[in-house]
Design a protein around this ligand. Sequence first.
Ligand code: NAD
Ligand code: MG
Length: 395
Amino acid sequence: MKKRLTLLGSTGSIGESTLDVVARHPDRFSVYALTAHRNGDKLVAQCLRFQPEVAVVGDAETAARVAAQLRDAGCKTEVAYGPQALVDASQSVQCDTVVAAIVGAAGLAPTLAAARAGKRILLANKEALVMSGAIFMDAARDHRATLLPVDSEHNAIFQCLPRENEPRGGVSKIILTASGGPFRTREPATLVDVTPEEACKHPNWVMGRKISVDSATMMNKGLEVIEAHWLFDLSGERIEVLIHPQSVIHSLVSYVDGSVLAQLGNPDMRTPIAHALAFPERVDSGVAQLDLAQIASLSFEKPDYSRFPCLALAMKALEEGGVASAALNAANEVAVDAFLSRKIGFMAIAQTVDAVLNGLSNREPSGLDDVLEADAAARRAAAAFIDTHLAGARR
Ligand code: NAD
Ligand code: MG
């Protein structure tokens, strides 16, 4: 049966890659809803091509503009706006699959709504899971939602782990690979001076700005360790990070008998997206076959925690539990925003997150409200730290 999709964050990097795969298989996939924040023009173009029933944007003004353009073009897509409209699009009985590709905490409510509605969820929005952890996983289990990881490392691990009904006892650990980002070999003393443009220039992947900065600080890998903990139910000690600059091996699973299984491919998100879209079948993703002879060599090294303090901070937050991961994520979002708008320097991102975690009075969240409260408090603390200690200090 044809899968009917709600694509949250369709105008982003993951959103566009998803639509590229969807367009290759009109017999398998159709689009129920597309959502964007402010990029109305791109959303209009997507609606004209994919003819969804619903399009959602962030505010009334963009909605009016998008609706007028669609009407003029004779397109029947209905336009809605705001957070509740995202939730409605996610839980609608008219869709069976939700691609969660909004960036940051803004994606939590609609992604959680998809879990509670028992959808098949293709998860790219790692921040939603990092924030809500057990609450999200419990909702998915209680409502029989199916979670399929789109993040390339987690998709790789998913492919290398035993299937659901096979014994998991033989798994000793999982190994998340990391490219090391654009500053892997840069002189550490010069990191304070890097610009947003340099930070967003990833050697292997083209991605949204927030995740590009996260890759440069390696907070992205830290968030991914937390994401892996929840997705695969493994303690932090059984999740290892390995630097692999070529981004060809997307991650590995070690077994007690000494076997190590890995998933390889060209660094193109259409592979994990196509895998999750079609699972358990396989479909063409448009990605070229891997040519190992041409790549010739693959290399590996241990992560350098002093160069990348954000990675250590994320691991500490995971170990602390409670709302520490939610606070880490919120502080990081505020700090990355401040860096991208040139309010603070690159190394100040880690400083901000560290300060917020140090000031946190941690507790076990009893529900989503506690998580949202911790998120809001961490945002306030991060903004105050930046204003008091950092603003104006750098470009
Ligand atoms: P992006 O910035 O390119 O796109 C983000 C999308 O979210 C856009 O469609 C935007 O309109 C929407 N959006 C932003 N703020 C919003 C808000 N407040 N409310 C509603 N919608 C909003 O980001 P991306 O690179 O596509 O990443 C999306 C998610 O996928 C992130 O969580 C990222 O960590 C994850 N991810 C991305 C990649 C990648 O290669 N880009 C790989 C793995 C995981
Ligand atoms: Mg990843």
